[in-house]
Design a protein around this ligand. Structure first.
Ligand code: FAD
Length: 394
């Protein structure tokens, strides 16, 4: 067996694991990142695309804001569409200048991998049989197989950044962990389209046929979503049906509609909310989707992952600088506070904008009344805006 030592072993090279590795590098702390998928898979998978203000600020602070500044699309508002009309929420005006930026998760991951590679610190893709051991001791370790050989990395700490299907969370003793979970009775059918976006800002729509979202990834690529059945068979959605449904649900009486174009990718995303409490066990600390999953409506998943690792890096820095474990002990409680706030907001956005099979006409009219109130009250719009652009990480 090949044996190595590091300070922080990181399982998972998604946004959480890669950003943690970079934050630790900037503080002079060594880390070893392992990932079970290929580099190409990690970069190419299509996921989130909305960065909160604090995620954008963090990318700049860690020296990785160059491509983001050049290619990211800053949005100072968003639209809510219902009853055939679009209503703009001026987010920046309502939040003292905070905004969101459209920059695909794959671009964030590309930037982080380039930074990691530049440091020369270990980042191993396509590892197999990863496992974590001795979590409650002062010398936890990671084992994995790579290039046909078994490896063991002795660590001071392990960061479980391995997403919702990883191995870290299941390694915590079941009787010490509580998993809060809610599954929603619908899913999203998402498409990527080769067409210039027909709106400069996102359009969230509630229609009596269900939710739809108009979004984008770049000045040439539109990203659209439709509420569908949770067990939807994507084969039942030829392109013509998708366009008919998107147009019906999104077009508004001012003449606006999404611009059609070739669909280059289709996928179904099921929707659930999960929170794992606590987010630590001994010397294992969970971060990102390994600890919490939000329905994508509020665009919080990637941003929460970034906030977690920002907090964890700060706590590890304090430990290595002075041996002070206070921030490490506070990590789970503070991260959960932010996670629950994001859960509340994501649940609210989802409930306000989707139609459940169990809902009747009363529920739909109540949803419309809720949205009417929202767009007519500066206080209600401010609440939406400050949650959507996100609060500072502290
Ligand atoms: C299909 C999908 C679509 C999404 N769409 C949106 C969206 O439209 N909008 C939005 O806001 N958010 C979306 N999200 C959420 C957002 O992408 C996540 O919140 C974000 O990726 C969290 O980052 P993370 O690093 O915590 O987890 P991940 O990005 O999941 O990274 C975890 C990494 O750990 C690796 N890993 C897992 N097991 C192991 C193991 N045993 N050993 C080594 N490595 C392992 C995985 O391969 C992965 O690379 C989506 C998520 C998914 C899964």
């Amino acid at each position: 067996m090949m044996q190595t030592r590091t300070q922080v072993g990181i399982v998972g090279a998604g946004p959480a694991g890669l950003m943690l590795g970079h934050l630790l590098h900037l503080r002079g702390i060594d880390s070893f990142i392992i990932e079970n998928r290929s580099e190409e898979h990690v970069v190419e998978r299509v996921r989130a695309g909305v960065l909160e203000q604090s995620t954008v600020d963090l990318m700049h602070e860690v020296g990785l804001g160059g491509r983001l500044a050049a290619h990211g699309m800053r949005h100072e508002g968003l639209y809510l569409a219902f009853g055939g009309a679009r209503h703009r929420i001026p987010m920046a005006e309502l939040t003292g200048g905070r905004a969101i930026t459209i920059y695909g998760q794959n671009e964030v991951v590309r930037d982080l991998i380039a930074a990691r590679t530049g440091t020369g610190r270990p980042l191993r893709f396509e590892v197999e049989e990863a496992g974590v051991r001795d979590l409650a001791s002062l010398t936890p370790s990671i084992r994995f197989r790579s290039g046909g050989r078994l490896h063991e990395v002795a660590c001071d700490f392990i960061a479980g950044c391995d997403g919702s299907h990883g191995i870290c969370r299941p390694s915590m003793p079941a009787d010490r962990v509580h998993v809060y979970e809610r599954t929603y009775p619908f899913a999203w059918l998402g498409v990527l389209v080769d067409a210039a976006p027909s709106s400069d800002e996102l359009v969230y729509s509630l229609h009596d046929r269900g939710f739809a979202l108009f979004s984008m990834r770049s000045p040439h690529v539109t990203r659209l979503y439709l509420q569908c059945e949770p067990d939807e068979d994507i084969a039942r959605w030829p392109d013509d049906r998708i366009w008919a449904e998107l147009t019906t649900r999104l077009q508004t009486s001012d003449g606006w509609a999404p611009r059609a174009g070739p669909i280059t990718q289709k996928s179904i995303t099921r929707m659930r909310s999960v929170v794992v409490e606590p987010m630590d066990h001994g010397r294992l600390f969970l971060a990102g989707d390994a600890a919490h999953i939000v329905p994508p409506t509020g665009a919080k998943g990637l941003n929460l992952a970034m906030a977690d690792v920002w907090r964890l890096a700060r706590a590890l820095e304090a430990f290595y600088r002075s041996g002070d474990e206070t921030l490490l002990r506070e990590y789970s409680g503070r991260a959960l506070q932010r996670a629950w706030r994001a859960q509340r907001f994501s649940w609210w956005m989802t409930s306000a904008l989707h139609r459940a099979a169990a809902d009747n006409d009363f529920d739909y009219r109540r949803q419309l009344a809720d949205l009417e109130y929202l767009v007519s009250s500066r206080a209600a719009m401010t609440s939406l805006a400050e949650n959507y652009v996100g609060t500072p990480m502290e």
